[in-house]
Design a protein around this ligand. Structure first.
Ligand code: AMP
Ligand code: MG
Length: 339
């Protein structure tokens, strides 16, 4: 009896120990698998890209994201890359041009933001952005005559599209510079989801994707883009910043930056230095940050509501305003004040 009892008890112990060993094994395997990580920084899309990926398959996912970003620029987004979807749409202005379903969808999403922002965001601004040439080495202030002429080509409502083809009006020119980095974040998320990695942050210039687990993202100081004015904690979100410090030149003591008012053709002059937008989609966060900059603080709050997006505004008097849903913003630079 005692023996039997002892035998029964030792069996229980054995089973318990075995369970313990199996659980420890699973924890150890998970630990080693998830210790796999990849951190890379490189230049593509005319900007610096940093990806930090954790979990099994991180190196492969990183490689895939890098290939995707390079391919996306040359095959779809860049108006400079001969043969890209955008290049061909511009080249064949006035007629329908076949494009990838992705490009057609991105353009449809851009037009939606144009409609909801009453044209403050408009990818047909291309003739005007080319004139200002903020990406070039020698930027010049165009004459008012040149601006007037280029403005005649700006009108998103003249664009036509279906799921595989896009037509811009004769003489129009599209520039997807305001959304390319956000689109890259969306495509990176698709790769990460399919790869099964645990978590990642992918930063493409002014747009950042936070995937899988929460991460702290810095909001850049407009006076010194190596510093941050504050931080936010995000999880499974995209965040994009548009600022007057990103691309600009100075002429005769005046600063000209790259965010243009589609109604005047000139750089937006309001009391903003930057707008940071947080939402689920990279394309939308990127388009909205540009649109909100053009519309100004009060004029843009309604637009954000349309897309369930939140924003952080930095003003030229070193004050900061955040929308109600931005709960985690922490001010880290005491030369700035909350409004
Ligand atoms: P972002 O830095 O995302 O605000 O994008 C700015 C870039 O978008 C500029 O360099 C132009 O190529 C383009 N852009 C400037 N103003 C506008 C606008 N109002 N609507 C759409 N694209 C614009
Ligand atoms: Mg943008």
């Amino acid at each position: 009896m005692e023996k039997a009892h002892f035998f029964g008890a030792s069996k229980k112990w054995l089973a318990l120990i075995l369970c313990g060993v199996i659980i420890l094994g699973i924890i150890a395997a998970d630990f080693f698998i998830n210790r796999e990580k990849s951190e890379k920084t490189y230049v593509a899309m005319g900007t610096v890209i940093t990806s930090k990926i954790q979990g099994k398959g991180s190196a492969e996912a990183e490689e895939e994201i890098r290939t995707m970003i390079n391919g996306m620029e040359t095959a779809c987004l860049s108006w400079r890359c001969e043969g890209s979807d955008v290049y061909r749409i511009n080249e064949h202005n006035g007629t329908f041009e076949s494009v990838s379903q992705d490009t057609a969808k991105w353009i449809a999403d851009c037009v939606d933001v144009s409609e909801k922002s009453s044209g403050a965001f408009d990818i047909t601004i291309g003739k005007v952005t080319k004139l200002w040439n903020f990406d070039g080495e020698s930027s010049n202030v165009p004459s008012s005559k040149e601006i007037e002429k280029a403005l005649q080509a700006v009108d998103y409502s003249k664009m036509l599209f279906n799921s595989t083809a896009v037509k811009i009006a004769k003489g129009q020119f599209i520039d997807l510079g305001a959304v390319g980095k956000g689109i890259a974040c969306d495509s990176a998320r698709e790769i990460l989801e399919n790869s099964g990695v645990k978590s990642a942050t992918v930063s493409v210039g002014g747009s950042v994707l936070v995937f899988g687990k929460s991460a702290t993202v810095g909001v850049i100081c407009p006076d010194d883009d190596t510093k941050c004015v504050g931080t936010i904690n995000l999880k499974d979100k995209c965040v994009s910043t548009s600022g007057d410090y990103e691309r600009f030149f100075e002429k005769d003591g005046k600063k000209y930056h790259h965010i243009l008012d589609p109604y005047t053709g000139y750089p937006v002059e309001n009391n903003l230095r930057s707008v940071t937008v947080i939402c689920d989609s990279g394309l939308l966060s990127d388009a909205l940050s540009t649109a909100c900059f053009v519309l100004g603080y009060k004029g843009s709050l309604g637009l954000l509501n349309n897309y369930d997006a939140e924003a952080i505004y930095i003003f030229d008097d070193n004050t900061i305003a955040v929308t109600d849903g931005v709960k985690s913003f922490k001010l880290t630079d005491n030369s700035y004040k909350m409004k």
